[in-house]
Design a protein around this ligand. Structure first.
Ligand SMILES: [Zn+2]
Length: 165
């Protein structure tokens, strides 16, 4: 989605959020398009250089699509089960970061709790373990790029990225 497309829709989306008790906050850095409170935490929409929307965190994405599709606000909120899953994921990310540091294994970019994704070194599809020993942190872009690679290809890819190739 282009930044412009989102920004055109933002006034109507914002009105809907406010009607449902959300508060609109000021973005805290140039990569944030919008930031707002919800009953489920802070929702943030990020853009990359060039204006493309790169990430919608928290429940901002589900709320945005609920609004677009004319669904009710309540139905866009996460279920308790999803919240538990998110909490577990967040704890796991923090554990990995404590071991490896807050950076993407591939490009070396700094990550935080919102931008980090869990990368399985040996993919689950290749019988990789669902265990922290088989996990590392990656940014969303790199995670997508290496999805189909073998463990060895991933290490080679990481070395290349670090050398700037
Ligand atoms: Zn990366």
């Amino acid at each position: 989605m282009r930044d412009n497309d989102f920004m055109q829709q933002w006034p109507a989306f914002r009105a809907w959020l406010q009607e449902n008790g959300c508060q609109i906050l000021e973005p805290t850095n140039p990569y944030e398009v919008v930031r707002f409170t919800t009953p489920d935490g802070i929702g943030i929409v990020y853009r990359k250089e060039g204006g493309r929307i790169s990430k919608m965190t928290g429940c901002s994405q589900s709320l945005f699509w609920a609004w677009k599709e004319g669904r009710k606000f309540e139905f866009a909120m996460r279920t308790p089960r999803e919240k538990r899953r998110d909490k577990k994921r967040d704890q796991l990310i923090q554990k990995i970061a404590k071991r490896d540091g807050w950076s993407c294994m591939f490009c070396g970019n700094t990550l935080d709790r919102e931008t980090a994704t869990i990368e399985h070194i040996v993919a689950l599809a290749s019988r990789g373990m669902e265990h922290i020993a088989n996990m590392t942190l990656a940014c969303e872009d790199c995670n997508k790029q290496v999805g189909h690679m073998s463990a060895r290809q991933k290490f080679e890819h990481a070395l290349k990225r670090r050398r700037g190739e």
